[in-house]
Write a protein of this length. Structure first.
Length: 176
């Protein structure tokens, strides 16, 4: 697992735990793992990130109690809210920006109006390329700091890449 993936999942776990603490759960982070111990009354589970091929949050132990199912569905709703309605950035996928009306829904979330903050690597001869896109500027700045630490000779900039008017005009032409 890449370090950036680890950081993203830890932040996601912290958001889940914060929401559960607001509902009265006692939560304790387990060291060096993407795992938290959750307690509320007689209910006690471990919230754990299951690595590939599962790649999802799970509650251990796996018992068939209604409390576990209710808590698991609540955790999934928190994750969907945090991710923005089920959108998730997969760093291993290539980003292809297309504004075609024929693109399917899985391609649309990469459009720049959803992820307007961009890290750009500046190259010689006034060239540049997009390294990554982010929904929040703070996420982009944090990622830029990480890039500067591991690639000190490279020059990166965080830029707000506003949607072009062409993209907005094409979307307004789509029949409803």
């Amino acid at each position: 697992m890449k370090h950036s993936e680890w950081i993203r999942l830890k932040l996601e776990g912290d958001k889940i735990v914060m929401a559960l603490r607001a509902e009265g759960y006692q939560c304790r982070k387990q060291t060096r793992r993407l795992s938290w111990h959750l307690c509320k009354g007689t209910i006690s589970y471990n919230l754990t990130w299951l690595a590939a091929p599962m790649s999802e949050w799970s509650l251990l132990p796996h018992d068939a109690t209604p409390e576990r199912e209710q808590l698991l569905s609540h955790i999934r709703s928190i994750v969907d809210t945090y991710r923005g309605g089920g959108r998730i950035i997969q760093p291993s996928k290539t980003i292809e920006l297309s504004v075609d009306s024929t693109s399917n829904s899985s391609d649309r979330f990469w459009l720049q109006e959803h992820y307007p903050w961009v890290i750009v690597r500046l190259l010689p001869n006034a060239q540049r390329y997009v390294v990554a896109r982010f929904y929040l500027r703070s996420e982009a700045e944090n990622h830029k700091r990480l890039l500067n630490r591991f690639m000190p000779a490279a020059e990166f900039e965080v830029v707000f890449d506003a949607p072009s008017t062409v993209a907005i005009d094409r979307q307004s032409e789509i029949p409803v």
